[in-house]
Structures are given as structure tokens and as C-alpha cells.
Design a protein around this ligand. Structure first.
Ligand SMILES: [Zn+2]
Length: 292
């Protein structure tokens, strides 16, 4: 099972999140029938969302991460809750593979540099928090680090990666987010920078068999791991018939009357899990009566 760990340094000056999301990314690949580069783009995004979702544990917020691209991939959406459930959508499931000079999938080129990253934290009751920043490279990890620095004034290092076996199945996927707390000392920052400079890429470490605890240990070498917590992660949609009903009712009477007269039924598809919901004329009439 996929999982995420979070920990503080012994001096409580740095927090780290590390996630293994290999199964989730394979589930997303199967469900949406993704090309390798689309798998990599969506995989990186759901991995980041899973970790960012855990940052809202106290407020019980739902976290939505959107990558708005300008090249082959125009939109990626990942939604995560505080229980480790993550769902994801990509506008172009079959983006054509492109490669960097050193042979890696060029996710940044498929997304394009001219774009935006949007973060929505929804408390459920209050107005949602919406933060955004320009994309830096479209590689996602860099874009998220830039978002935290610019939009939330939070010094952050991010690593994300997805690797494939020879049959195209995801071999390993995961990532880390490291955040300096405001009182972090120069010595801590120097130690952390030195550790991050020595660190191999996420996929290289995971392909070599390192566990997420061992990766966290390398990131925090010389700083120690405290308050280690572990959570399971699942690629899972939270759509339901009643949510679809609410969506239909919110269309209003004019729109509902038009659907009843023209089609006599409605079929709604969830973009996150591809499940379809069908509503017959009698149900639509009931929604019409409930609508304004
Ligand atoms: Zn769904």
C-alpha cells in the first residue's frame, strides 16, 4: 500500500513529507488510460497533492492543486483530503511523449512554461483560500517550490518523480516536500542544503530500493527525525449520486426544463473516475420541483 510519512527535525526547525505513490499512479494510469508522459505529469501532481493535503490536518481542509498548462497538457487537477484519499484528472490523457537531451520524459515541455499553478484550500464552511503563481518550468516540483516561496512566503524544497519498467508500468513514483519553519537557524539551513545537494533523484532512490523512511533520513542527515507519523494513501474518488443530484438541481429550473424537454434524461460523467450517473425523466422532474 502507498503511504506518506511526515516528521520534524530534532530541533523543530524543519518539516519533511515523503510519499510513495507508486500504486496510486498505476491506478491513475489504468483508469484514465494514460500515455507515459501523461502518467508522469498526473503522477507528479497527485503525489504533490497527497503531501500538501496532509498540511491541512488541523483545519480539515480539502486541497485542490491545479496545473494550467499552455502546451499539449492544458489542465491537471488533483484533489486530496486529510485522510490520504486523492483523485486526479488530466485534460490530455494521451499527450505525445517528448524527451529531454538526457533521455528523460520532458514533462515541462508537454505542460509548457506559460501557465499557472493554483492551490485551493476548502474549509467546507468558510470561503476557500485560493493561492496562485506563474509556472517556472512546468516540471511541477520546481513550480510547487516557487508557489510556496512566492505565494505563501514559505521556503520549500520539492522533489517528485515517476519511473517506468520496460513494459510501461510505473516502477516507482513518489516525492518529498521540505519546509523551513520561520525560526530555522543558519546552521540548519546549511546542513539541509548540503543534504539536498547530495540527494539523488526521487526515482533513482526508490528504484534502488530505498524506503520513504530512508529517504527522509537522508534529507534530514545530521538533523534527526522527530514526531514521525505515517498515513496510508489511496487513489479514490468521492463522487456520489447525491452530489450529482445537487449539481443538477443547482443548474436551476430553466436549464432543467430544457434538459427534460430536449433529452428526457441526463447522463453525468465524473471526470475524476469516469463513473457515469443516469437520471430518468421522473427524477429530473423531481429535481425541477426542488430547484429554484
Ligand atoms: Zn468520481
Amino acid at each position: 500500500m502507498d503511504k506518506l510519512i511526515t516528521a520534524m527535525s530534532e530541533n523543530r526547525e524543519v518539516r519533511v513529507y515523503v510519499a510513495n505513490t507508486t500504486n496510486m499512479i498505476n491506478d491513475a494510469r489504468d483508469l484514465h488510460d494514460l500515455s507515459p508522459i501523461s502518467t508522469s505529469a498526473l503522477g507528479r501532481t497527485i503525489t504533490a497533492a497527497a503531501m500538501m493535503g496532509m498540511m491541512s490536518k488541523i483545519e480539515k481542509e480539502k486541497l485542490t492543486l491545479q496545473i494550467k498548462g499552455s502546451s499539449d497538457i492544458k489542465m491537471i487537477i488533483a484533489v486530496a483530503d486529510i485522510y490520504g484519499n486523492v483523485k486526479g484528472y488530466i485534460s490530455n490523457p494521451l499527450a505525445e511523449n517528448r524527451f529531454t537531451e538526457d533521455g528523460r520524459l520532458a514533462v515541462g515541455e508537454a505542460i509548457g512554461k506559460e501557465g499557472r499553478l493554483v492551490v485551493i484550500r476548502d474549509y467546507g464552511m468558510k470561503e476557500p483560500f485560493i493561492g496562485q503563481s506563474e509556472l517556472v518550468s512546468g516540471e511541477i516540483a520546481e513550480d510547487i517550490a516557487n508557489y510556496f516561496a512566492k505565494s505563501e512566503q514559505q521556503p520549500t524544497a520539492v522533489g517528485l518523480g515517476v519511473s517506468f519498467d520496460s513494459t510501461g508500468v510505473v516502477k516507482s513514483g513518489g516525492g518529498f516536500i521540505v519546509q523551513l519553519l520561520p525560526e530555522a537557524s543558519e546552521a540548519t539551513i546549511e546542513q539541509l542544503e548540503s543534504n539536498l545537494n547530495k540527494l539523488h533523484s526521487v526515482t533513482q532512490m526508490m528504484d534502488e530500493g530505498l524506503t520513504i523512511n530512508q529517504i527522509a533520513g537522508q534529507i534530514f542527515a545530521g538533523l534527526g527525525l522527530e514526531e514521525l507519523e505515517q498515513y496510508p494513501l489511496n487513489f479514490k474518488c468521492d463522487c456520489s449520486e447525491s452530489k450529482m443530484e445537487d449539481a443538477l438541481i443547482s443548474l436551476g429550473r430553466t436549464e432543467l426544463r430544457a434538459i427534460i424537454d430536449e433529452d428526457g434524461k441526463a447522463e453525468l460523467k465524473c471526470h475524476f473516475c469516469n463513473k457515469t450517473y443516469e437520471f430518468d425523466k421522473a427524477k429530473l422532474e423531481a429535481f425541477y420541483n426542488a430547484a429554484k
